[in-house]
Design a protein around this ligand. Structure first.
Ligand code: MG
Ligand code: MG
Length: 250
């Protein structure tokens, strides 16, 4: 069942999302060569706690950190570690979740570390474009497949791989609610209605679609070891324009 959020729920989701956005703002500012992914996790934990929220990922199915840090060919669910040191030319995808008064904000962004190649910059730009193409379809009366198709069209145009096994999801009191949102068309005719909240999160690869899970049972990487990017916002369907909850409140 897809549950729809009330105005009060959406207010709390925007507050949760604001805290997630604060973390991303700081990640963008501090990421540089020489930094460990564990340092980034410590910073994120502190910001979430200071804002009286709960790091949603910490302990989720046993996940040991507050953020996922996925470097280069890693797609999602990378575990922060003091031995993983960022270097010039890397990219790092940071996924953040915060729970505030029972509601979740979920957002991921891929950041360049220093100067990156033109090819990898194109991957980042296209994946971000895929996210916003999906968001632009979050209108009442559209169907889920409109969102999926818009995301897929950007990857196809740029001849990028699309991760198939992972995708977007409903979000609210739980991080993962119905419906699942594919990042490619599967013909899902589920109607979008006011109050539906969905985390839209394209994962595009510079190489093939296929990914595998590492021995740590978390880290997902591309099988050809080519870079992957991940951009995600939590978005609510309204009577008017969709609301991105994972933005700074002004
Ligand atoms: Mg996420
Ligand atoms: Mg998500």
């Amino acid at each position: 069942m897809i549950n729809r959020k009330s105005r009060e729920d959406i207010k709390l989701m925007r507050h949760a999302g604001h805290i997630v956005a604060l973390v991303h703002q700081e990640m963008k500012r501090v990421i540089e060569p020489g930094m460990s992914t564990k340092e980034l996790d410590n910073i994120a934990y502190k910001i979430i706690k200071e804002n009286r929220a709960i790091p949603t990922f910490l302990g989720y199915n046993g996940f040991p950190a507050s953020i996922c840090t996925s470097v280069n060919e890693q797609v999602v669910h990378g575990i922060p570690h003091e031995d993983v040191i960022l270097k010039e030319g890397d990219i790092i995808s940071i996924d953040v979740g915060a729970t505030y008064h029972g509601f979740v904000g979920d957002s991921a962004w891929t950041y360049p570390v220093g100067k990156i190649s033109d090819e990898v910059a194109r991957l980042l730009k296209a994946t971000e474009e895929g996210l916003f193409a999906g968001i632009s379809k979050m209108h009442e009366g559209n169907v889920l497949d409109d969102v999926s198709s818009a995301i897929e069209a950007v990857a196809n145009r740029e001849k990028l791989g699309i991760v198939r096994q992972y995708g977007g999801h409903g979000v609210g009191r739980n991080m993962h609610e119905e419906p699942f949102l594919f990042n490619y068309s599967v013909g899902d005719k589920t109607l979008l209605k006011t109050g539906m909240a969905i985390a839209i999160e394209p994962m595009f690869n510079l190489g093939v679609d296929e990914v595998e899970v590492a021995d740590d049972e978390w880290t997902v990487s591309t099988i050809d070891k080519k870079p992957s990017a991940h951009f995600e916002h939590t978005v609510v369907v309204t009577d008017n324009e969709p609301i991105i909850t994972t933005k700074l409140l002004v």
